[in-house]
Design a protein. Sequence first.
Length: 188
Amino acid sequence: MKIIKEILSWTAHILLAIVLGLSITVFVLQPTMVQGISMESTLHNNDRVLVNKLIHTLRLEPDYGDIVIIDKRIDRPRTIADDIMDSLRYNAISYHFNKDMEEIFWIKRVIGKAGDRLEFKNGKVYRDGVPLDEPYVKEPMLYTSDEVIVVPEGHIFVMGDNRNNSFDSRMVGPIPVDHVIGKYIFKF
C-alpha cells in the first residue's frame, strides 16, 4: 500500500511538472530557431532565439521596431488549439528532428501599425510621409511602389531586415495582431 501511494505521488508530481512546462511554452516563453535569411544582419539562419509569448497571451500590440514572430497563415483565424499544437510542433528541439517541416512562422520587424500610411520609394520606407531611420537594414532596399498602404485596424505591417530577400507584408499584406505569436527577446 505504501509503495502504491509513493508511485501515485511521483506520478502526480511528474504530471504537474509536464503541465507547468507545457503551459510556460504555450503561453509565456518558447525557444525557437530562425529559418532563412530575411532578418540578416540582425538574425541569421539557424540562430536560436527566445520568444516572449505574453504579447500574444495578453493580446498586446507590438511596438514599432519590435521583432515579432507571426503565424503566416493569415487567411484563417487562429485558435487556442493552434497555440498548443504549434508550440509542440514548432520549437528549437523539433527543428533538429524534422528539417523538412513546413514553416508557418515568420520572424519580422514591425514597421507599421493601424492607421499608418506606408510608402516605399528611394530605397526607403516612409511612414506618414517621414522616412524611417533603420540602421538595422542589411542593405538599401531595391523595392519601390507607387501604392500607398494604409494599415487597417487590428493589423500590423512587418518586413524583414534583409529587405531584398524577405517575403513579408509587402507580398501578403498587413498581418492580424492576433497572428503575432510572440516577441523576440534574445538569441542564445
